[in-house]
Design a protein around this ligand. Sequence first.
Ligand code: PEP
Ligand code: MN
Length: 360
Amino acid sequence: MENSKELRTWLDDLQLPHPLVIAGPCSAETEDQVLQIANELKDSDVSYYRAGIWKPRTRPGNFEGVGAIGLKWLQKVKEETGLKTATEVANRTHVDLALEHDIDLLWIGARSTVSPFIVQEIADALKGTDKVVLVKNPVNPDLSLWLGAVERLSKANIKKLGVIHRGFSTYQKTKYRNIPEWQLAIELQTKFPDLPLINDPSHITGKRELVFDISQTALDLNFDGLMIETHTDPDNAWSDAAQQVTPTSLKQMFKDLKMRKETDEAAEYNAQLANLRAQIDVLDNELIDLLGKRMKVSDGIGELKKKRNVAVLQTNRWNSILGNMILEGEQRGLSEEFVLRMFKAIHQESINHQEKIINA
Ligand code: PEP
Ligand code: MN
């Protein structure tokens, strides 16, 4: 798949004065619930109304969706409110039924994107459709797997494509349900700047209190839209209760979020930006230069250890470097998390250098 302006035609054609908004409940529960939420979302910034009909649940025994009957409720939403409709599809039968009920946007869920067999089956079933198809990132942070799914759809001649960043599962305890790993989304955006990129703060955070901040970060990073789970009675939702927001708070969020422009033509802004970027370029070169020098010194230590047959890893020395650098970093406004990550990477590179020398 190549980057081309055509990738974003479907989005540009909507002529929205703001980012694309997809909102609605995690799951369709009853006809009344689906219609009530939709009615509260009409005449807002929401373009597409989402509701899961078939729910991929991690453990059996949880609510697994109402099934095909929910598609009729979504059709009613479109008739009554004019909102376009969206749902998740995970196999050929889902696709056939969704197309039969004229659902406007179909997305592939994070648990399906991991499986090339499933993605291929969905792509074959969708062949040539003019519906919008969005691919959620796979649960594991693997950019090729994510792009591979988009490519399968593109090869099936589906033109209205996009991706949804919903975070990645992790064994570590973090404040998020799925860690954002923004770098991955940024890398995807760099490779395919015209492929519409939507953020899903609901599944990243897992908590409604954190949804606003993640949405703002996404807009700051130039995302094209947001998909936010919305429910009139979130605490009693049949799935993902903790992360859904009410239509009222969704509308307030869109008043409070700062929308960013992609760029600005003003000469003064561009001159200042060019100057600051030149400074960054100089500093980045100095950083690389310093790191190269540091590794040369590390090579020297490797030679010395080799002569004396001493182990590469010296835990005490490493702990004392880390402790010092966290303190030094703090005084310069660098977070502990950043200093730790950076020095772990530097230390690993140092170990690799010394290993090479010792085993030569
Ligand atoms: C959903 O959007 O409700 C959903 C199941 O999402 P994900 O595939 O990101 O887990
Ligand atoms: Mn959900």
